[in-house]
Design a binder for this molecule. Structure first.
Ligand code: ADP
Length: 531
């Protein structure tokens, strides 16, 4: 039925979750051992079937020849006894026949005869009748076909039969041989001798049992031997897989031991070459990135002195701006704004360089985060009112103290808040402070333009700006949030962003209350439905 998994696929789905099946699926050695065992079992079964058929055929053929020879001797001796008989009455003939049948049964017993019968033939005359000799059970196993052959043909005929069990015993295989004999006056009668094949059957059973016992160690041993051999053989593959996992985890010095020159050794050598070339390339990139960082750091430092001179000159011009013509005054104001922005960007670049050089230090002191948040809100009140954004601050009544680097935490919050105000499109911005026993958290949330999934994923990347063309009040380099994430990492804290286009954005920072510890709780969630 379309859309519905079949019973087989459901069963399969359930089976593959069983522990041994999962283990077998995850190990090539086990899988191959299972396949080899199945193949060995099939070969053994086919071999046993062929062997038993051949054995049965050849034993049966040999035995049939012996039986036929014996029967023909018995039949001709019986016929000559009948030919020489002088019996005249039916009782006499029957007695003579009984004696003959009994003597055949005794003498042929050594050849495996279990029963001898003398039965009426269709040719027997009705006028001179004797009783049939032999057990009725045995008579029942002679088929009509055999009787017809015996009646019409002149020689001995045979047939395979199952001899009925005598009390308590089991049915046994046998051969029945029959021919027609001539009795004095009583005419044509059918004589049958039944030979047992029980001893042959016992012999075949014994041989098959020995054969079965002989192949058992093969069927049981194959899985073990195959598993051990394959497990050993596949060791280099496992080693290489483990090494690849370590390599992926950042251990670039990982290599595998290579022995010999077979395919496995080639795999190991290829892996080692790959790891070595990866290591070379990564160290090249590292070197390049170090050069780049040094370049940024050097340029930033070099720019500081000329910028200070420009700043001083520009300050003087700015102070005198009221004495200039309107156009010149406007230029002086623009120059003032741009120089300030330039200074900010240079400060960001220098901060990034400090992080790259790993020379940033945590200057921790115990402060109440509620005060820090309030201070950041106050210092951006002008910008907020200029853009018509209402900032709502939510703080708990109890203190939210933590050992933090105030300058850095202020910078993180300022960044969150300025970004929120700029992207709020006039909607209110909420700043929330909370604390747990171990950690403190601040969240800044706006209801403005929001962010796409791509922006959220890259918002902490250096120089990332979702819309570089967007008019910015203070302008930005795309470095603000990447510096914020370095600041938070220095505190072993957590920084997260969430956004949805048209709904708004939310930024969260969690810091441990004790400097040097890790954050272990979440006093605030990144996004909570507002009541
Ligand atoms: P910038 O100096 O450009 O502000 P940031 O690192 O502070 O650099 O921010 C990177 C980018 O993230 C911004 O350019 C902006 O596209 C996006 N962004 C940051 N905060 C928000 C916000 N609250 N709403 C929408 N976008 C934001």
């Amino acid at each position: 039925m379309p859309g519905h998994p079949s019973r087989w696929s459901r069963l399969r789905g359930r089976l593959i979750h069983l522990r041994p099946v999962r283990w077998a699926r995850s190990s090539l050695s086990v899988r191959i051992a299972v396949v080899m065992t199945a193949a060995a079992a099939v070969v053994v079964v086919i071999f046993a079937l062929i062997a038993s058929t051949l054995l049965r055929d050849s034993v049966f053929q040999g035995r049939r020849e012996v039986v036929l020879d014996d029967a023909s001797v018995r039949f001709s001796s019986a016929q000559s006894v009948f030919d020489q008989s002088t019996a005249t009455t039916p009782d006499q003939v029957e007695d003579a026949a009984r004696v003959t049948v009994e003597s055949i049964r005794t003498s042929a017993a050594g050849a495996g005869a279990v029963s001898v019968m003398l039965l009426h033939s269709s040719e027997s005359p009705d006028t001179f009748r004797i009783n049939e000799i032999g057990s009725s059970d045995m008579k029942g196993i002679i088929t009509d076909d055999l009787r017809e052959d015996v009646q019409t043909g002149g020689t001995a005929y045979w047939q395979s039969v199952r001899i009925p069990a005598d009390s308590g015993g089991q049915e046994e295989p046998g051969i029945i041989v029959g021919t027609s004999v001539n009795l004095p006056r009583a005419g044509t009668q059918e004589m049958y001798i039944i030979y047992s094949l029980e001893s042959e059957q016992t012999m075949i059973d014994t041989v098959m049992r020995v054969l079965g016992l002989g192949t058992l160690p093969i069927v049981l041993g194959v899985p073990f031997i195959a598993f051990l051999a394959l497990h050993r053989l596949l060791r280099p593959v496992r080693d290489t897989a483990n090494a690849a996992t370590r390599l992926a985890g950042g251990d670039l010095d990982t290599r595998v031991d290579v022995r010999g020159g077979d395919e496995m050794a080639r795999l190991g050598r290829a892996f080692n070459n790959m790891a070595a070339s990866l290591q070379d390339q990564i160290s090249e990139y590292d070197e390049l990135s170090r050069l780049q960082q040094r370049f940024v750091s050097d340029v930033s430092h070099e720019l500081r002195t000329p910028l200070t001179t420009i700043r001083m000159a520009e300050e003087m011009i700015h102070q005198d701006r009221d004495s200039f013509a309107p156009v010149t005054k406007r230029s002086a104001e623009l120059l003032h704004g741009q120089v300030a922005r330039f200074e900010e960007m240079l400060a960001d670049l220098l901060e990034i360089s400090r992080y790259d050089a790993q020379s940033a230090l945590l200057d921790a002191e115990s402060v109440d985060l509620r005060g820090v948040a309030q201070k950041v809100v106050d210092s951006n009140a002008d910008l907020a009112s200029r853009l018509g954004v209402d900032i709502r601050i939510h703080v708990p009544p109890s203190r939210c103290t933590a050992e933090v680097d105030v300058r850095r935490v202020e910078r993180v919050l300022r960044n969150f808040l300025v970004n929120a105000i700029e992207h709020a499109e006039g909607a209110p911005v909420d700043i929330t402070v909370a604390a747990s026993q171990t950690d403190v958290a601040v969240r800044v949330r706006d209801h403005g333009v929001g962010m796409s999934e791509h922006t959220v994923a890259h918002v902490f990347d250096r120089f990332f700006r979702a819309d570089p063309a967007r008019t910015r009040t203070t302008g930005g380099t795309g470095l603000g949030l990447s510096i914020a994430s370095e600041d938070v990492a220095l505190h072993h804290g957590v920084i997260e962003a969430w956004g949805e286009i048209g709904v708004g954005s939310s930024f969260l920072v969690i810091l441990p209350r004790i400097a040097g510890e890790e954050t272990v709780s979440r006093p605030l969630e990144l996004w909570e439905e507002e009541s």
